[in-house]
Design a protein around this ligand. Structure first.
Ligand code: FAD
Length: 343
């Protein structure tokens, strides 16, 4: 596949990566932005979309998802190219000073600069940590549904209490032989409407709810045949099942970033506080992934870092031109870049 040539590639579409698009856009630098998740928003969208945030300047209260929606609206004029559900697996310096970046889908970039806005690293599904579980992963134990017809006529255990677990209970209930929904307690984190629909399916006998934990896997001739449950009331129970779907959410992990030759300090990237550049010139790091004296992992710190990194990237791309600071209120150049009509 021919490489996509760009001046700036952002790895991570969390709040800070999104604001990096804006700050680079104001300086007329177009961006490509890659994220392993299917949606932009990083931790805000993945971990706490409904929770209100109270320390975003000039927003007394805003839900994490609304913050992301506002950022997406704010960066829209700059028409960044999004590459979602693609994990960046390789980053290599080239002899000409540019970088080659490759994703899990085989997309290749040839970029002059890289901004790592990778937060705590790519999110991985929280795994079922039981003896022999790894032997069945990708076969009878899965963390996402690919082809849902695989579950037709099967007894399926769905683990979790959030929206993903409930959505898949609703989606698969008509075609599975039976669904066992296993959650550690009676209260679900998912949408109340989904909980009501799930309970209707329970009353129709298509779904059974179990409150408790799985203590071990039951196997028969090297195949997973069931689960041993320890219920909340301490009773033990064996369930015969064909497949398990685990929806315990995602946890971050530094992942491939650790292999790119970047200096690391306690799983973070040390940067200077003028340019937010890493030990490799041309590779910048903003947001939760970086560290420097006094660093605080806050969204507002990441926004400041993105603004200064943008000026440093501009200087890296064009060292001979001095960039003047312009106000978005008064600069006609900025208005043009923002797609505003002049009076
Ligand atoms: P992230 O939001 O972590 O986004 C990084 C993105 O990079 C992720 O989407 C990830 O998938 C992607 N990525 C990583 N590696 C790769 C790769 N190799 N390839 C492709 N994609 C990759 N902060 C506040 O300021 N105020 C608050 O009130 C607040 N409340 C919080 C509440 C909770 C429950 C949590 C968990 C955090 C809270 N935070 C709060 C912290 C805030 O969410 C983070 O500081 C912020 O999300 C950091 O943004 P980021 O863009 O640097 O990284």
């Amino acid at each position: 596949m021919t490489a996509i040539k760009t001046e700036a590639l952002i790895i991570g579409a969390g709040p800070v990566g999104l604001f990096q698009v804006f700050e680079l856009g104001l300086l007329n630098i177009h961006t490509h932005i890659v994220d392993a998740l299917p949606q932009p928003g990083g931790q805000c969208a993945e971990l706490y979309p409904e929770k209100p945030i109270y320390d975003i300047p000039a927003c007394p209260e805003i839900s994490a998802q609304q913050l992301i929606d506002n950022l997406l609206q704010q960066i829209a004029p700059f028409k960044a190219d999004f590459h979602l559900q693609e994990l960046v697996t390789e980053l290599r310096s080239q002899e000409n000073g540019r970088f080659e970046v490759i994703t899990s889908n085989g997309t290749r970039f040839d970029t002059a600069t890289v901004v790592l806005a990778a937060g705590l690293g790519p999110f991985q599904p929280r795994r079922l940590r039981l003896v022999d579980a790894d032997k069945f992963e990708g076969k009878q134990i899965n963390y996402k549904v690919g082809d849902k017809s695989v579950y037709t006529g099967k007894r399926v255990a769905i683990l979790g209490g959030g929206d993903s677990a409930l959505d898949w209970v609703l989606e698969l209930a008509d075609t599975c032989a039976h669904i066992h929904l296993i959650h550690r307690r009676e209260e679900y984190r998912g949408q109340p409407a989904s909980v009501s629909k799930m309970r209707e399916l329970v009353s129709q006998g298509k779904v059974t709810e179990h409150y408790g934990n799985i203590s071990s896997l039951l196997t028969d001739n090297n195949k997973l045949s069931g689960l041993k449950l320890r219920l909340k009331n301490t009773e033990e129970k064996n369930l015969m099942i064909d497949s398990v779907l685990v929806f315990w959410g995602m946890s971050p992990n530094l992942g491939p970033i650790a292999d790119w030759g970047l200096e690391l300090e306690k799983r973070q990237l040390p940067v200077d506080t003028e340019k937010f550049q890493t030990n490799i010139p041309g590779i910048f790091a903003v947001g939760d992934i970086n560290t420097y004296p006094g660093k605080k992992k806050l969204i507002l710190s990441g926004f400041h870092e993105a603004a200064l990194a943008a000026f440093a990237i501009q200087a890296h791309l064009d060292p001979d031109t001095k960039v003047r600071l312009q106000y978005t209120t008064t600069s006609s150049v900025m208005h043009q870049r923002l797609g505003l009509k002049e009076d």
